[in-house]
Structure formats: C-alpha cells, structure tokens
Design a binder for this molecule. Structure first.
Ligand SMILES: *Cc1c(COP(=O)(O)O)cnc(C)c1O
Length: 416
C-alpha cells in the first residue's frame, strides 16, 4: 500500500504539471532512484553527448584524422562554443570564448585589467570568494612584484567602503558558492566604474542558473565554468567574456599561438588577434569542447525567465518543507529569493558531513562544504518540484531517525 501524499507532495504535483520546462528533464540521464541536487557542482549528463562524442572519436578523429581541424571545424570550437554561451549570460556576439579553466581565465582577466589600470595597486575581492580566485590573485601579485595589494572584504558594507580611487580591479563571484547569496551586478559594477576601477565577475554559479546581463550592466570582464549549470561534463572548458571596447586594449600574458592574429603563419613575433580570440592560449581540448558544444544546444530555445521562475519556486518549496519538518537545520542562504542564486544552504546541529553522506546513501545527492555547510543546487532544466519535496522529506526523516549517526557516514573522501 502506498502512503497518502503529503500536502507538500500535492503542491509539487500541481507545480510540476504546469511547469513550462518540464519536458527538458527527459533529455538528461538521471536514474529514477536518484534526486540530483548537485548540478551547481557537476551538471547532469545529456545522453546525446555520448553519441556525439562517439561520432567525433570514430569518424572525425579515427577516420578523418588531422583533416578534422578544418573539415569538422575543430579549430573554431572556442569561438563557436563562446557564441553558444553568450546569450545565456547577456553578451553580444564576439565577446565570449570557451577556453582553459576558470582558474586560468581569472589569471588572464586579472592581468589584462591590471595592465589597463597600471597606475593603481589595489585589488578588491571577498574573503569568502571561491579560493581559486583568491589564490590566482595572490600568485599574480607575488609574480608581478609591483606592490599590488589584495584586499579581502568580509561584508557588503566593507565592499562598498573598500572600492576607492586607488582600486584597480574588483574581482567578485556573483553567487557565493557556500551560501548562494547573490550580489547585485548592476549596482556593484556601477560603483567600481564610478571610482575608475574595472570589474571582473566570476559567473561559475550564475551561468545557466538565472539570467545574467553582462552587456547591459557594462561589465568589463567575466569568467565562468562549463561543468556546473551549463552541464558540459567533468572538467569542461571554461569561458571568458571581455567587453568589446576593451578587447584590443592590451595583450593578456598567456598569449599562446591561438591568441595570434594568424597562428598558422608561424611568425616568431607575436601579433595579437584583433578579436576575443586574443584571450585564447593554445590548442583547444577538442573532445571536451565537443561535449560542451552538444550540452549547450539545449539552451537554444530556453527562456531564461522561466529558469529563474522555476529556480525560485524549487528553492522556496525546499526551504518551506525543510523548515516545517526539521528544526535541526538552519538556513544560511538569504531568505529573500531575489538575493539568492539557484542553491540553498543549511547548517546542521549534528555532523553535517555525515548527514550529507547518509542522504547520498538514500539517493539524494547534495554536497558538503567546510566547515559546516550543506549545499543543495537546483537545476531548473532537470529538477522537478517533486525532487525538491522528496529530498527535503528524506532529509528530515534521516535527521529524525538519527540514521546519519552510523559511523560509516563520517569517513571522509578526498572530494567532498
Ligand atoms: C567552481 C568554481 C571555480 C572552479 O575553477 P576551476 O578552474 O574550474 O577549478 C572557480 N571559481 C568559482 C567561483 C567556482 O565556483
């Protein structure tokens, strides 16, 4: 006998029935036993990618071999994939390329911005920023040895106060990877510009999670990764956006031959490309690019406003269900959905790591971030309202029963 549906399950059913994005879920391979709430870390697989990769390997690589650089247009993948990403982040044509990793793109964007503001020495970021952004910045200032200073602010007010007319660059991640808090891109970009500083936005937890308007906000540089909400697969290439007016202003320091105006001239002297290609480095990882290229096709007819609407709906329903059924969890994400990206985070009065492991063992995948954050990402293309409610109910049940206390759940793996 099946149990009667709870009130939250009934609400979820109604919302799923009228969900304009519901049909996209079928294009993803998520087993019926799994509720996947970790698309903010590694997006789910679309089986079409496997098929496409197999074709690429067998025909383009296996048969056509080196001819495929032209015949299959491998050589233009960084730009082609960049053009697929552009509309998702509110960028015009010719402003985005897919290349390298986010970490490497932080380095390139930061170096270019510092060259453009060579009379200033202050770089502003948040202490809570994703560590790679901070590490790359520290490495850059050490390498330059020119007395640059990284100021790491710890609150919104400190951020506003820190941006002054000695600030060269403001480097921020729009959506906090731990709490999901979202910064106001238009407002902060404006603030930086008023003081003559440049801005770099890290969109790792923004691209594909909600509408982003880079051109409209007059952003200078942006970077982000391909494997989270863009679903490009593990280690997918990242992207970099550079505002049109700035593209030819300087030469970024990782200018390899793919950043040259004519790489196949094999000219010993560097001649920078007169387009966004200037932000490329070397040979693109074709198989990963093909996977990302295939993954991004789904976005062609997606209305980003529906993505945002559903993301808010999913996270609100999840929070309500948790808060009604489980007092041991405390919301650490902003309660106002307008101040949140597409993830919800809680802390737990017991061992949060063990709770996440227990949850995973029962088919609900979220993740844990040091020291005590339980994270749940909502990917509107493939998560349903039913997922949100079921996940919350299973979580509450594990807490209530104490099943998380089993010793096996507290053993830590390398990747949390
Ligand atoms: C995931 C993430 C990264 C990852 O950088 P990689 O170079 O791909 O490892 C960088 N910054 C932020 C804010 C992230 O969330």
């Amino acid at each position: 006998m099946t149990e009667p549906a709870t009130a939250f399950q009934q609400i979820a059913e109604v919302l799923d029935k009228s969900d304009p994005l519901a049909a996209y879920r079928e294009r993803f391979a998520i087993s019926p036993e799994c509720i996947y709430l970790d698309g903010n870390s590694l997006g789910a697989l679309q089986p079409a990618i496997g098929k496409r990769l197999a074709e690429t390997v067998v025909r383009e690589w296996g048969t056509d071999l080196i001819q495929s650089w032209n015949k299959a247009d491998w050589v233009n993948l960084p730009e082609a994939v960049g053009e697929q990403i552009a509309p998702i982040i509110g960028a015009a044509k010719g402003c985005v390329v897919a290349t390298d990793s986010t970490s490497v793109n932080v380095f390139k964007a930061l170096a270019a911005a510092l060259l453009l503001r060579s009379d200033r020495k202050k770089i502003i970021s948040e202490r809570g920023n994703f560590p790679t952004d901070l590490y790359m910045t520290q490495a850059m200032t050490n390498f330059l040895g020119m007395g640059h200073e990284l100021v790491m602010v710890e609150s919104d007010q400190e951020l506003v106060d820190a941006i002054d007319d000695e600030t060269a660059v403001v480097l921020l991640t729009q959506t906090d990877y731990k709490t999901g808090r979202m910064l106001d891109m238009a407002e902060i970009t404006n603030l930086a510009h008023e003081k003559g500083a440049l801005i770099i936005w890290d969109l790792c937890h923004s691209a594909g999670a909600f509408p982003v308007a880079l051109d409209a906000c007059d952003v200078d540089f942006a970077i982000g990764c391909g494997y989270k909400y863009l679903n490009g697969g593990p280690g997918a290439p990242a992207f970099i956006y550079v505002k049109k007016e700035l593209q030819e202003a300087v030469v970024q320091p990782l200018s390899g031959w793919f950043a040259h105006e004519a790489p196949f001239q094999f000219d010993p002297d560097f001649e920078p490309a007169t387009s966004i290609k200037r932000y490329l480095t070397g040979t693109p990882p074709v198989l990963s690019m093909i996977a990302l290229n295939e993954a991004l096709k789904i976005w062609e007819d997606v209305d980003m406003r529906y993505i945002r609407q559903k993301s808010v709906g999913l996270s609100q329903l999840f929070i309500q269900t948790i808060e009604e059924k489980c007092q041991e969890l405390t919301l650490v994400s902003p309660r106002d959905p307008m101040k949140r990206g597409s993830q919800v985070s809680f802390t737990f009065s017991g061992d949060g790591y063990a709770l996440i492991q227990a949850l995973i063992s029962e088919g609900v995948i979220g993740d844990f971030r040091q020291p005590d954050i339980l994270r749940f990402g909502f990917a509107p293309l493939y998560n349903s309202y039913k997922d949100a409610v079921r996940a919350a109910e299973i979580l509450a049940d594990i807490v209530e029963s104490g099943r998380w206390k089993d010793k096996k759940f507290s053993l830590r793996s390398t990747v949390t």
